[in-house]
Design a protein around this ligand. Sequence first.
Ligand SMILES: [Mg+2]
Length: 272
Amino acid sequence: MSGGTPTSGQVDRRFDGYVFDLDGTLYLGDALLPGAAETVLALRAMGSRTVFLTNKPLERPSDYAAKLTRLGIPTQASEVVSSTDALVRYLRRNAPDARLYPVAEPLLWDILREAGWELTEDPARIDVVVVSFDRTFDYGKLQIAFDAVRAGARIVATNPDAFCPMPGGALPDCAAMLAAIEASTGARAEAIVGKPSPHMAAMLLDRLALVAERTLLVGDRLATDMRMAIEAGMVSALVLTGATSRADVEHSPIRPCYLLESVADLVPRVDR
Ligand SMILES: [Mg+2]
């Protein structure tokens, strides 16, 4: 996927838009990575637009914006795109009048209700089962989803992640709930809208109001961040501050445009 050997070292040009992955790229847990704030502020000062990307559907964009702001990167909620934004965009286009059953925490019920959808727990009335990272998942929810899908409901999921890294361990993520529903029904989700899907890439470009070629996406994972950027036609930059090592890159068919020690290498030098 994509061609050639990634360019190592400093990125030599400025892009009109930058998409930043969060964990492993700008911060680890609750601490900014070195140079993260200076980089975002320098790129903004050069006139570039910035958005921040997360697959995690457990908090609102405003919560991520508040965290970034607290850590030293002043951020508006409108600059954060999560898998729930990609979900709303997808459902507006593909299920605008559907009755939904979210296998999800109360936050996603609220988000979908605020966006205007009717939510129901009656399997006979459910048009789309929406599957998400759900720490309140139980057999009763599985039964409702199962009955609905067997009666013809479609399945849409927020994100493909199997687990979510946490300090000291990890939590089973959306893929676990989705697997239970798919295994019991034999049906498959028609879309999983978080990264690396094209639905998430389209959401990011909508938010930046830019075409892919003028946008650089920086992240720490080959199979999600880099794959999505390459497939969407964005310029891709992998940082080695998170989940991926230089050796992983050498052994992967996914070839990002740039391979960087950290996000600080994104700021082009203004030599003359
Ligand atoms: Mg990451």
